[in-house]
Design a protein. Structure first.
Length: 397
């Protein structure tokens, strides 16, 4: 490729949103020329990492070759983006190549900041410190849970946005259940140390989870943000968000959900809002200042949970409106804020939360989804991964 090229549609990011958009556009009767920019050679189904960390599946089940999901006819540029220049309909890659576009889709995901907590990076994956947010350490989570002999087991949620906001507590339920199964629960203290104000934002599901936490004698401490790890002494330092009071807790194991935020290349670009996310309309997914720019998924400014289920509903809207713009029509498709969180509360048990903008309950099944059910666990463990690999990434659902 020369130092400058033009495509009708350039997609930045080869994760769930980027590949899904590419697959739908490539399947059109007369598809536009499409380039997808993604440096990784592996693709991961990250929602299953909860069950990997809980000892249900090996981590390899989550991994595929990225090449297997690049749609036919789409040019794969295996680089990172260095800058966005929407005023001249261009992006620049780290190697210095310029790509010009008619339409740009930004689906670059979220930045996981392993350096955001002092002491985290150097202790991760050893000495009782783990995280399901990394493929490299997710199997260490199960090693810690299965080998736990008692003491403090801490599970954290940071004072930032995170992908899959239910994940920090799902692994806690699996761990607590396993402690009971191994007869070490009576000498174990399970603490949910969360920077959020409560265990869940939607009242219906919050009430159900509060009952579960009370029944299992899990201690929830809220508005507590992890600010430091002291691995040599196995201590975690938390700061209360309102009072600034610090609490130091000893741990035998700690599952850390690292701070997360917009990718720096987005946050520093003309596409970002004040918080650093790609600034799009909540319903059309079209950029509010650059009408030929679109965004879906974790890097967007959409005020929704950052989940794969949300992406599955966003992508058809984005593609329909992108096509309308290319044909000279106004965007008519509208995203309603749908998001879903299958809250694993134990092996064989899931509370399936589904909701939209304003906290509106948007359940799919004709029963109370706030109750723990095996059917919803089967959907989480077996149905949704197949839907992802064979449906969503192929542009079929």
């Amino acid at each position: 490729m020369s130092d400058e090229a033009h495509y009708e549609v350039v997609i930045v990011g080869g994760g769930s949103a980027g590949i899904s958009v590419a697959a739908r556009l490539a399947a059109l009767p007369n598809p536009p020329s499409i380039a997808i920019i993604e440096p990784s050679d592996k693709h991961y189904y990250q929602p299953i990492w909860t069950l990997v960390g809980g000892g249900v599946f090996p981590k390899e089940i989550s991994e595929r070759e990225e090449a297997d999901f690049i749609p036919f006819g789409v040019t794969w540029i295996r680089e990172k983006v260095a800058s966005f220049e929407p005023e001249r309909d261009a992006i620049t890659t780290e190697s210095g190549k310029t790509l010009r576009y008619d339409d740009l889709v930004v689906a670059i995901g979220i930045h996981v900041d392993w350096d955001g907590v002092p002491g985290l990076r150097e202790s991760l994956g050893r000495d009782g410190v783990t995280s399901n947010y990394s493929y490299e350490t997710v199997d260490y989570t199960w090693k810690l849970i299965d080998g736990f002999e008692g003491g403090n087991a801490l599970f954290t949620f940071p004072a930032t946005s995170v992908k899959c906001a239910g994940a920090p507590q799902k692994i806690m339920y699996l761990a607590e259940e396993h402690f009971r199964r191994k007869h070490v629960r009576d000498r174990s203290k399970v603490l949910y140390m969360s920077a959020t104000a409560s265990i869940f934002g939607i009242p219906k599901y919050r009430a159900a989870l509060e009952r579960i936490v009370a029944e299992r004698e899990i201690e929830g401490r809220y508005e507590q943000n992890l600010v430091e790890l002291r691995p040599s002494s196995r201590e975690a330092v938390f700061r209360h968000l309102k009072t600034d009071e610090e609490t130091v807790l000893k741990y035998e194991m700690i599952h850390v959900t690292p701070p997360q935020g917009p990718p720096p290349v987005v946050a520093e670009s003309p596409l970002a809002n004040d918080a650093g996310w790609v600034e799009v309309d909540d319903h059309t997914l079209q950029h509010v200042r650059h009408p030929n720019v679109w965004s879906s998924g974790d890097c967007s400014s959409l005020p929704v949970s950052k989940t794969g289920a949300a992406v599955r509903k966003q992508v058809p809207v984005l593609v329909e409106n992108l096509i309308a713009r290319r044909e000279g029509r106004p965007p008519t498709a509208s995203y309603d804020g749908y998001a879903s969180c299958p809250l694993v509360t134990g092996r064989g048990k899931v509370v399936l939360a589904e909701f939209g903008y304003g906290g509106e309950i948007m359940e799919s099944f004709p029963f109370d989804q706030a109750e723990e059910r095996y059917s919803m666990y089967a959907l989480k463990a077996y149905g949704l991964p197949n839907l992802y690999w064979h449906g969503m990434l192929r542009g079929r659902v």
